[in-house]
Write a protein that binds this ligand. Structure first.
Ligand code: FES
Length: 174
């Protein structure tokens, strides 16, 4: 095939694989963006200088797909939704994202109760067990303790079965 003609591309390989998407549709149909990802990965993997970039890209995609979604409901019907990486506590996810009403004064040591939340029903079964320290501290919350739903946000690790959770934020923590 003559240079500039259709056929073997030095970077991607078979040009027909890349050129099969009509130009006009690329700009209008966001679904084509997803279809281009395998082409991009193929390009990156065929160029040895990009091996590390490919590994980073795969890791990035894995982490993005594993992010947990946390919804904080406030009085009056307002809600804040944040995404957090696996392993981080619900309290840290809130503090890092400036969620109102979650303070985390002791830094996650189960010693202040300023990360008190009421976990919503569908997620109660996925919660980790409660330690004695957390149980004792929940008797010191400013807002009344709910025996079924009250937890300390710093003792709830996100990820795994908790890839999504919704909680109500008490009106007061201090
Ligand atoms: S941050 Fe202090 S008890 Fe959770």
């Amino acid at each position: 095939m003559a240079p500039g003609g259709r056929g073997q591309c030095p970077l991607v390989g078979d040009r027909d694989e890349v050129l099969q998407l009509p130009e006009g549709e690329l700009r209008t149909d966001p679904g084509h963006g997803a279809r281009l990802i395998p082409v991009l990965l193929k390009f990156v993997s065929r160029n040895s200088g990009f091996t590390e970039a490919l590994a980073s890209l795969r890791l990035f995609m894995k982490e993005v797909l594993a992010m947990s979604k946390v919804t904080f409901h406030h009085d009056g019907g307002l809600a804040e939704v944040v995404e957090a990486e696996p392993g981080i506590s619900l309290m840290r996810a809130a503090v890092h994202n400036g969620v109102r009403g979650i303070i985390g004064e002791c830094g996650g040591q189960a010693m202040c109760a300023t990360c008190h939340v009421y976990v919503r029903e569908p997620h109660l079964d996925a919660l980790p067990g409660m330690s004695e320290d957390e149980d004792e501290m929940l008797d010191c919350t400013v807002a009344p303790r709910d025996d079924r739903r009250s937890r300390l946000g710093c003792q709830i690790a996100l990820g795994g079965d908790l890839d999504e959770i919704e909680v109500d934020v008490p009106a007061g923590q201090v």
